[in-house]
Design a protein around this ligand. Structure first.
Ligand code: ACO
Length: 336
């Protein structure tokens, strides 16, 4: 863990985008054997958005969310120096960030993908801060975007009910230490449990006849729901506690708890473990399901749009998911 103190980083704007097409729990029960009651009780999800139609990809959602963030502060895209696209569902194995850079006209930005599943946006913020706080770049666009609907087995009721598609974006700028809004972070990975949650690569049975080279393709999302649940509820509170302890603030100083929107029961269990009042939980997963790397910026953007968050509020943000990777970022919200 390392405290962010070299130079400040401030959040200028957020934006988000979801597809138009929604799928309710009752519509889901026409696709797999399930019910609204089962899904709501176990997860809190009522509906999710799906990116339907030909030639639609994560890039379209990422571009829309980014343009909304840029428009909010009337920033010319050419002022962006770096784009980090956190996604596990790129449209190209080489990465999709460069296509986002091209489509939004960020002609001066370097762009790369960051793969860390549902923790991707937290890792994206922390990565952006390294470049901002060491003075390399002035404006960074961090995007969390995923279209897991393309990687789901729509006959597997244990996973297909959980996920939705979305994108969220945040523009972060370097600033003086006094205006710093990203106070601290704490990150973890444990690859021993990578198979709890994966979209694994499957080789073909027969190799190339001359080269002995095995090619293959990616499978669908596979998840051990019970283990992922136990991992999240046990590890996320520890990450938050480590992060606030090294900042010398207390649980009572937290105004908002913004966790990766995986399951309402996980959000409540983490809050209760930390003795945080559940009315401090930011949650919108009933409308969107688990949107992976997009879930945190989407929920933050919506909370800001309804003026839920006030100047100087402390927001604890935690991501967790495949890897397994999890971590926390603590923000003091500043309305500029
Ligand atoms: N509808 C109806 N019944 C179902 C469904 C469904 N959609 N899915 C499973 N069931 C059945 C199972 O077959 C099982 O039946 P059985 O008892 O006859 O065998 C029963 O319901 C219980 O299944 P469990 O898997 O034990 O249900 P559980 O209470 O664990 O809930 C859930 C499943 C909701 C997935 C839960 O484990 C969970 O939320 N885990 C965390 C998952 C998560 O957060 N993943 C994402 C994090 S990381 C990332 O975002 C990439």
């Amino acid at each position: 863990m390392k405290s962010l103190t070299m130079q400040g980083a401030k959040i200028l704007a957020t934006g988000s985008a979801v597809p138009d097409s929604s799928l309710s729990n009752s519509q889901m029960s026409e696709i797999v054997q399930t019910s609204d009651e089962w899904i709501v009780t176990r997860t809190g999800i009522k509906e999710r958005r799906l990116l339907t139609g030909m030639n639609q990809s994560v890039i379209d959602l990422a571009v829309l969310a980014s343009m909304k963030a840029l428009d909010k502060i009337s920033m010319n895209p050419s002022e962006i120096n770096l784009i980090i696209l956190a996604t596990s569902t790129p449209n190209d194995l080489f990465g999709s960030a460069s296509q986002v850079q091209s489509k939004i006209g960020a002609i001066n930005a370097v762009a790369f993908d960051l793969t860390a599943a549902c923790s991707g946006f937290v890792l994206g913020i922390v990565t952006a801060c390294q470049f901002l706080q060491n003075g390399s770049y002035r404006n960074v666009l961090v995007i969390g975007a995923d279209t897991l609907s393309k990687w789901i087995d729509w006959s597997d009721r244990s996973t297909c009910i959980l996920f939705g598609d979305a994108a969220g974006a945040m523009i972060i700028q370097s600033c003086s230490k006094e205006n710093n809004s990203i106070l601290n972070f704490q990150l973890n990975t444990n690859g021993n449990y990578a198979d709890y949650l994966s979209i694994s690569y499957q080789e073909q049975v027969n190799p190339h006849p001359i080269l002995n080279l095995y090619q293959g393709a990616f499978k669908y999302v596979s998840m051990n729901g019970k283990e992922v649940y136990k991992f999240a509820v046990s590890q996320v509170p520890l990450s938050i506690l480590k992060c606030i302890d090294s900042l010398n603030i207390s649980i009572n100083d937290i105004d908002w708890l913004l966790l990766h929107q995986a399951n309402e029961r996980i959000l409540t269990a983490v809050a209760e473990k930390l003795c945080i009042n559940t009315n401090k939980i930011i949650s919108n997963l009933s409308k969107y399901g688990n949107t992976s790397a997009a879930s945190i910026p989407l929920a933050l953007d919506e909370a800001l749009q309804i003026n839920k968050i006030s100047h100087n509020d402390i927001i604890v943000i935690s991501g967790f998911g495949a890897g397994l990777t999890w971590g926390t970022v603590i923000i003091r919200w500043k309305a500029f």
